[in-house]
Design a protein around this ligand. Structure first.
Ligand code: PCA
Length: 213
């Protein structure tokens, strides 16, 4: 089995993006027999979706787990829904301001994550990793990537999902200006991401057995 893990480059005032660091760390690793490929996307609607399109044409990934930073949270948010809209008060890294355009013209308004959302949250909490569901990934790049993956991965019945992650503690310590925000040690965020992957793999295996039996 093959899994693609995507992260994003730094954007706006955030000089490091933990999603980039984790996608890079996980690249080439093997988890429970699943080979991981990490890819880092630009925070640009055009560049990110072109790069993603290429990656999705390369392989029929069994799992695509995308990661992005949400500097407002201090936990791992398991996104439940992706929306077919680009709408943000912030321009992307090319200066493009999205004002309500559809990601896939005429595509479904809402698509649902393929991850076992509740199992992941429960399991992370049991391991002392704060986690909660989120019903919107916003209208910026994270939602665009999440929607694009779900739209495409249905073609070959792969599993797509998205985790929003907080700033990492060492970055906050270095920068000294985000003390009011939530944060988590990078290692703990990464452990949570790996755990989410493991549960997704387990769930897939369980469903296959169920189908066979
Ligand atoms: N977070 C942004 C885009 C890139 C990232 O890491 C978002 O939540 O849309």
């Amino acid at each position: 089995m093959e899994a693609l893990i995507t992260g994003f480059e730094p954007f706006l005032s955030f000089k490091e993006n933990p999603s980039q660091l984790i996608a890079k760390n996980l690249d080439g690793q093997n988890i429970d027999g699943v080979r991981l490929t990490g890819a880092v996307l630009k925070v640009s609607y055009e560049d990110a979706l072109v790069a993603l399109d290429k990656l999705l044409k390369e392989k029929r990934w069994d799992i695509v787990l995308s990661l992005g930073l949400n500097p407002q949270i201090g936990w791992i948010a398991v996104e439940r829904f992706a929306h077919n809209i680009k709408e943000s008060e912030e321009p992307d890294e090319r200066g493009v301001l999205a004002e309500g355009e559809e990601i896939i013209p005429g595509g479904e308004t809402v698509l649902k994550s393929g991850l076992p959302v509740r199992r992941i949250i429960q399991s992370l909490r049991e391991e002392g990793i704060p986690s909660a569901v989120s019903h919107s990934a916003g209208g910026y790049l994270c939602n665009a990537v999440f929607y694009f993956v779900l739209h495409r991965i249905g073609e070959w019945k792969g599993v797509g999902g998205f985790l929003h992650i907080p700033l990492h503690t060492k970055y906050v310590a270095r920068e000294r200006k985000h003390y009011g925000r939530g944060h988590m040690p990078l290692e703990l965020i990464e452990r949570g991401v790996v755990r989410a992957l493991q549960i997704t793999i387990e769930e897939g295996v369980r469903q296959d057995r169920h189908r066979e039996g």
